[in-house]
Design a binder for this molecule. Structure first.
Ligand code: CP
Length: 330
């Protein structure tokens, strides 16, 4: 594997889940695979889980790790071509990338959406520049439009908590997974819901997306998923509730891209609380974290035994180990 951005990059999902279970049973099984290989993790944005879990995954495989926080000590980088660099940006990304590539064997990139230019974000411009100019395999640690390491960990968590779900096939009833929008005071990217939708569509589950009108995700990610604007109807019979906020994806109105469409104080009825969970089939609660309590979810729901947020975060080490192993194996 030379690039990890979309679910298709991993090939057969059942095989990937089998490999995840193998790694989970013995996460050091391949601890010499990365000997004398170096992972460079480049962060343009903050992180807790991705930073720690991906570094741990690389250590599981015997790799060396370098972490670069672009905004903490590196030269300020220009990313646009054709600009006169007479401002505060001292180095262009197009020189920085091949330099970074010369010091490592694999590069992970965290570069969030700017949420001002939809075409630039949805073209995954920064990620593809790393692919093109680094000369090394690259993988997404949340880019402008996707967060595949998170979605893979989410799928592993769903599989672990519904052992029959993804194996039923043959006329069996699939588990119902609901992705629900929830309020937030700041404009957030669509990377997590995009990837979650993409991965759930590829998995053998009954997948429903619910959100207020105007927050329609890009059709490329929604694909054949059912969209239900009535949150209560969507929650009925759900086995898993995956909550997440996202800003306007600008599908129906490109001018609204990256905006919060309603005052969040008026949207608090979308916050997942005990009443919402009572509409479900005793569903498990999921969120990628970090989460704002009282906005996305109430304390009692996230602290309940049915909450999977901690095992979900722990599975980030497993998803990253599988992905790095695949990259090292070429
Ligand atoms: N879920 C996730 O990617 O967490 P971080 O932003 O802390 O890495």
């Amino acid at each position: 594997m030379k690039s990890f951005l979309n679910v298709e990059d991993l090939g057969d999902l059942k095989e990937a889940l089998r490999e995840a279970a193998e790694i989970k049973a013995d996460r050091y099984k391949y601890n010499t695979l990365g000997k004398n290989k170096t992972l460079l993790m480049v962060f343009f944005n903050n992180s807790l889980r991705t930073r720690l879990s991906t570094q741990k995954a690389a250590m599981n495989l015997g790799m060396n790790v370098i972490v670069l926080d672009v905004n903490a000590g590196a030269w300020k980088l220009e990313t646009e071509r054709g600009v006169i660099m007479d401002g505060d940006k001292s180095e262009h990304l197009l020189e920085a990338i091949p330099v970074m590539g010369s010091y490592c064997d694999v590069i992970g990139i965290r570069s969030f959406a700017g949420l001002t230019n939809r075409d630039y974000d949805y073209a995954e411009t920064v990620y593809h520049q790393f692919e093109q100019y680094s000369g090394k395999p690259v993988f997404a640690m949340e880019t402008a439009t996707v967060h595949p390491l998170q979605a893979f960990a989410d799928l592993i968590t769903i599989e672990e908590n519904s052992p029959l779900a993804l194996r039923r096939g043959a006329g069996g009833e699939a588990v119902k997974v609901v992705l629900t929008w929830a309020p937030h005071p700041r404009a957030l990217p669509q990377a997590v819901p995009n990837s979650f939708a993409q991965w759930m569509n590829a998995a053998d589950v009954d997948f429903v997306i619910t959100h207020p009108e105007g927050y329609e995700l890009d059709p490329k990610f929604v694909a054949g998923a059912r969209v239900e604007y009535d949150q209560r109807k969507a929650f009925e019979g759900a086995d898993f509730i995956y909550a997440k906020n996202w800003s306007c994806p600008g599908v129906t109105n490109p001018g609204d891209y990256g905006k919060i469409l309603h005052d969040y104080h008026k949207m608090m009825h979308w916050t997942v609380d005990a009443e919402h969970m009572s509409w479900t089939n005793n569903a498990r609660f999921m969120h990628c974290l970090p989460v704002r309590r009282g906005m996305i979810v109430t304390d009692d729901v996230i602290e309940a035994p049915t909450s999977l947020v901690i095992p979900e975060a722990a599975n980030r080490e497993i998803s990253a180990t599988v992905v790095l192993k695949r990259i090292l194996q070429g």
